[in-house]
Write a protein that binds this ligand. Structure first.
Ligand SMILES: [Zn+2]
Ligand SMILES: [Zn+2]
Ligand SMILES: [Zn+2]
Length: 102
């Protein structure tokens, strides 16, 4: 457990394709099934679980969804710089190849 909260715990599946359950619902299951499910999950409090599923700042996804916080503005800039750097390197590569051919 991350934060020590014991109320309203939820299971967060390590495999996102798996269905998730609220702990309170699972209490009606047999213990074996609960243990099986626990094995594939990490316990999170409601808030941290929500956090886990929400888009993080400083990502393209967040930027595209309209956030213009410092981290989200910086991410496409970083990408742009990286893109230009790679472009310059490949341009140099092309230039050398052309020299060799000529
Ligand atoms: Zn989850
Ligand atoms: Zn928490
Ligand atoms: Zn943001």
């Amino acid at each position: 457990m991350v934060c020590g909260v014991t109320d309203g715990l939820e299971f967060h599946h390590k495999n996102p394709a798996d269905k998730e359950f609220v702990v309170a619902k699972m209490l009606s299951w047999c213990w074996e099934r609960i243990v099986l499910e626990l094995d594939k999950c990490e316990l999170r409090c409601g808030a941290h679980h929500h956090d886990e599923h929400s888009i993080r700042h400083g990502t393209h996804q967040m930027y595209r969804s309209g956030c213009r916080c410092e981290a989200c503005i910086e991410e496409p800039r970083r990408w742009n710089r990286e893109y230009k750097r790679v472009r310059r390197l490949t341009d140099l590569g092309y230039g050398r190849r052309r020299e060799g051919a000529g």
